[in-house]
Design a protein around this ligand. Structure first.
Ligand SMILES: Cc1ncc(COP(=O)(O)O)c(C=O)c1O
Length: 446
């Protein structure tokens, strides 16, 4: 038996206790990629080695790391009021933040429901869509339409409307009544397009086929990422989102834009809805809203959707949904400081003006070993690499390691696709270093 004072000391193999998400755990433990500090565009490993963050953490630190105003806002809020109950009570910052977000969103989207993550924002938006139709006496609208290759987090509804096979196939029958639009990506038609490809708007018409199959009276909502991020940066074909909007309008179907990645400047505008001039009925957001500093997400709803719930006796809850940490004071404080930073530093506009720099840099990788396609939009880009025969994902994973250990570079991978999405503060030099590091890592695997 262990002496009493030893019983609670960490064991030598304490690293085993942590089960890492979306990570090959056994391999990770052999060669851990650890970071202990972050500042601006950089992470630092335990030995003090500086690693360029070409992924904005996980698409969230749009203003760069450990920004003073955000840190100080969180510190002040933690000292003043740590928590306020989210149900039946509220605190002032949550109103202020909702108003700020409504001000950033396209006209007409002006009610904000807070959650704690992108996954929760998706579950919430889908529940709002179902309950909206029911509130209007249209309870037969129960079907949800997603899209192949879509990523909408890891809740059951999110993986059901999502279209990433590995995220779905292990988890049973998911949610019933879901169908999918085809992916907008076709390499044969779009390879090496810069920005939004010219080919593919007609794929929105597939929604008409689904309407013909199920009947519009059974369909509640369509959910898409304006730019499919996690699957490997697939910009929408020119005109596609407009077409989707008009088909939804024609059939009374709600359109949801999942802007968890595209929100807060990634595409050079507060939301992708603005870049494309298409206003959905609901927008989901998370990540960049707090610059990644405190978990937060939410749904921005149109007035029409919100008003549909505001009927019945006033003492009765209109939407039976919410989380203990919805609108958490620390998250609100972080978000308000983050929005100030984005505004004061003009970061959304900056992302727009750097788009061409990133585009030219990544497209220069055409012709490098194994490169099958390169895509870009806003401050996001992806490079598809040829998989190693019989071992899909292995080349991508090797690239991730080589980039981190040999090139001092943090990138994202999706299978054998490399994604680059630097904080919006990135300069030309840092973009060149990031893309140069990717090139060296690719060459080293050849
Ligand atoms: C479009 C989209 N929706 C939802 C999510 C899920 O967000 P979270 O990991 O915060 O649950 C993500 C995460 O990358 C995302 O890209």
């Amino acid at each position: 038996m262990l002496p009493a004072q030893k019983a609670h000391e960490p064991l030598p193999n304490a690293a085993d206790a942590y089960w890492l998400p979306f990570t090959p755990n056994r391999h990770f433990r052999k060669d851990p990629r650890l970071v202990v500090r972050a500042e601006g565009m950089y992470y630092f490993d335990p030995a003090g080695r500086r690693v360029l963050d070409a992924a904005s953490g996980l698409w969230c630190t749009n203003a760069g790391h450990t920004r003073r105003p955000i840190i100080e806002a969180i510190q002040r809020q933690a000292a003043e009021m740590d928590y306020a109950p989210a149900f039946q009570f509220a605190h002032p910052k949550v109103f202020e933040l909702a108003a700020r977000l409504a001000g950033l969103a396209p006209k007409g989207l002006d009610h904000v429901f807070f959650v704690n993550s992108g996954s929760e924002s998706v579950e919430t938006a889908l529940k709002i869509a179902l309950a909206y139709h029911r509130a209007r006496g249209d309870a037969g609208r129960v079907r949800l339409i997603g899209r192949e290759r879509g990523y909408h987090g890891v809740g059951f509804a999110g993986i059901a409307v999502g279209g990433i096979v590995t995220n779905r196939k292990f988890f049973g029958t998911l949610v019933a009544g879901v169908d999918h639009l085809p992916t907008t990506y076709d390499r044969a038609k779009q390879a090496f397009s810069r920005g939004e490809p010219e080919w593919g708007a007609h794929l929105a018409d597939e929604l008409e086929r689904l309407v013909a199959l199920h009947d519009a009276s059974t369909i509640a909502a369509v959910i898409v990422e304006p730019m499919a991020g996690s699957t490997g940066v697939i910009p929408p074909p020119q005109g596609y989102l407009q077409r989707l909007r008009s088909i939804c309008d024609k059939h009374g179907i709600l359109l949801i834009f999942d802007e968890v990645i595209t929100g807060f400047g990634r595409l050079g505008a507060p939301f992708a809805a603005e870049r494309y001039g298409v206003t959905p009925d609901l927008i989901t957001f998370a990540k960049g809203v707090t610059n990644g500093a405190v978990p937060m997400g939410g749904v921005i709803a149109s007035r029409g959707v919100y008003e549909a719930f505001m009927t019945g006796p006033e003492h009765v809850i209109e939407l039976f949904h919410g989380y203990t940490y919805s609108g958490h004071p620390l998250a609100c404080a972080a978000a308000l400081a983050t929005l100030d930073l984005y505004r004061d530093e003009g970061l959304f506009e900056r992302a727009g003006s750097m788009e061409k720099v990133l585009e030219d840099a990544v497209h220069a990788l055409k012709g490098a070993p194994f490169v099958l396609d390169i895509r870009n939009v806003g401050m996001a880009a992806a490079i598809d690499l040829e998989p190693i025969a019989g071992m899909p994902g292995k080349r991508g994973y090797e690239l991730l390691q080589r980039a981190f250990f040999d090139q001092n570079l943090m990138i994202r991978i999706a299978g054998d696709t490399i994604a680059i999405a630097p904080p919006l503060i990135a300069g030309e030099d840092e973009i060149a270093i990031a893309v140069g590091g990717v090139r060296k890592a690719i060459d080293a695997t050849a």
